[in-house]
Design a protein around this ligand. Structure first.
Ligand SMILES: [Zn+2]
Ligand SMILES: [Zn+2]
Length: 175
């Protein structure tokens, strides 16, 4: 058990009462250096170490990667799709997937990933040639409208517009 005045500062144990860095030994229940007997019931030391180990490993701590970027990297790793559960075959032709395509790519790419609005596509349907979604406006809009429809059924139209700025169904229904 540790004192309620024990805080974490610069990732080190810090006593608010003494207003200086301390060691855990100084702050243990057996030690009366602080002259305080108010101990928290939770195991502070364990949570302290748990947190500081996490911070050490985290790129956030090193300052090399910005918070936002780190969040995006994590989202990139845990890619999923609300359109299909099969992420290994091209959504259009069934070929072995080469890429996961963000349906609302461009400035809404990260929002797309956030809501799992992605589909697996082979090279020909992704970036290579005239049938590729990035070169074929008709296919692009078809998939965008499908994604919006699925999103709306799951959540709402209001949320879709709030997140993606455009009502694709309304805007491109004549295309
Ligand atoms: Zn394909
Ligand atoms: Zn793409």
């Amino acid at each position: 058990m540790y004192c309620i005045y024990l805080k974490k500062r610069k990732n080190k144990p810090f006593c608010k009462l003494l207003d200086r860095e301390i060691t855990f030994a100084e702050c243990s229940a057996e030690n009366t250096v602080n002259n305080c007997r108010e101990y928290e019931t939770k195991n502070f030391k364990n949570s302290f170490y748990k947190k500081s180990t996490l911070n050490k490993k985290s790129p956030l701590k090193s300052g090399k990667i910005k918070k936002q970027t780190y969040k995006h990297q994590k989202a990139d790793r845990n890619r999923a799709s609300i359109i299909t559960n099969n992420l290994t075959n091209c959504y259009i032709c069934g070929k072995k997937t080469v890429n996961i395509h963000e349906i609302f790519y461009g400035s809404y790419r990260h929002t797309s990933i956030k809501w799992n609005l992605t589909i697996p596509l082979c090279l020909e349907h992704h970036t290579f040639g005239e049938n590729a979604i990035h070169n074929n406006r008709k296919l692009d809009l078809k998939i965008k409208i499908l994604a919006q429809t699925i999103f709306e059924n799951k959540f709402s139209k209001e949320l879709f517009i709030k997140e993606f700025g455009i009502d694709y169904i309304e805007k491109y229904k004549k295309d």
